[in-house]
Write a protein that binds this ligand. Structure first.
Ligand code: F6R
Length: 240
């Protein structure tokens, strides 16, 4: 795994945007695999800036997001679809019909997981997949466990995650208890992967991943099975 240590969050965002932009310049109809969360927000802002300046073009790009709550409506401001529209899609010249997030409003979640997996595979996987990492080493909604799932699937959120999310919803009953997520195999089907991490809180998970071994107790460690992975992190994360 290649490691790029940046001074701070701003530099991490600029560097990762540059890596994504490079893929787009080489392949105008690239498939971008995207993540939500606080980590990539700066990178999305940078990509929107580059698009506005005419340096990159999204008109032929297709996107596939990692995950979505289930069940959730796309216009709920806590949905990952809403996050992507707000942080990137509404700010660039992308054709929205080419942007894909697992459908949290699908009537049959299992069928939606199957459909999404087949769709990502039909694209030949992402040309570049952007990832964040959880403090416990999770990627997408693949949490540490005794077993990990290869394909897109429905997973139950941990009590911790449900409690942490409760404040964002009108009532506890509105908090989704499940999520649709790409599996480890779906993520590893990307041709190139960049994983972003900033802040001290991610230090332990990142160090476990950088050991170079593979363990289901740190799903991000499975990235060691892929030949083209770049970690872009800040000094606070790297030095702990
Ligand atoms: C988001 C996702 C999550 C986040 C991770 C880190 O689509 O799949 O795995 O990447 O939870 O979240 P932040 O960036 O908020 O620290």
């Amino acid at each position: 795994m290649k490691v790029i240590v940046c001074k701070d969050y701003a530099e991490m965002s600029a560097k990762s945007a540059e890596i994504v932009a490079d893929v787009m310049k080489k392949k105008p109809n690239a498939v971008l695999g995207l993540a939500t969360g606080s980590t990539p927000e700066g990178m999305y802002a940078k990509l929107a800036e580059m698009n506005k300046a005419g340096e990159i073009d999204f008109s032929q790009v297709t996107t596939v997001n990692l995950d979505e709550y289930y069940p959730i409506s796309p216009d709920n401001d806590q949905s990952y679809r809403y996050f992507m529209n707000k942080n990137l899609f509404d700010k660039v010249n992308i054709d929205k019909t080419h942007t894909h997030v697992p459908q949290g409003s699908a009537a049959d979640g299992e069928a939606e997981a199957k459909r999404y997996e087949a769709f990502v595979r039909s694209l030949g996987g992402a040309d570049i997949q952007v990832l964040g990492i959880g403090r416990n080493g999770h990627i997408a909604f693949n949490e540490p466990d005794t077993e990990l799932v290869p394909a897109t699937h429905i997973t139950s959120l941990t009590e911790d995650t449900i409690d942490a999310n409760a404040r964002f919803f009108a009532s506890a009953a509105d908090v989704p208890t499940k999520a649709l997520t790409m599996g480890m195999g779906t993520i590893l089907s990307a041709k190139k992967i960049i994983i972003l991490a900033n802040g001290k809180g991610k230090h332990d998970a990142v160090m476990q991943m950088l050991k170079g071994t593979v363990t289901t107790s740190c799903p991000a460690s499975f990235l060691n099975l892929h030949d083209d992975v770049v970690l872009v992190c800040d000094e606070a994360c790297y030095n702990g």
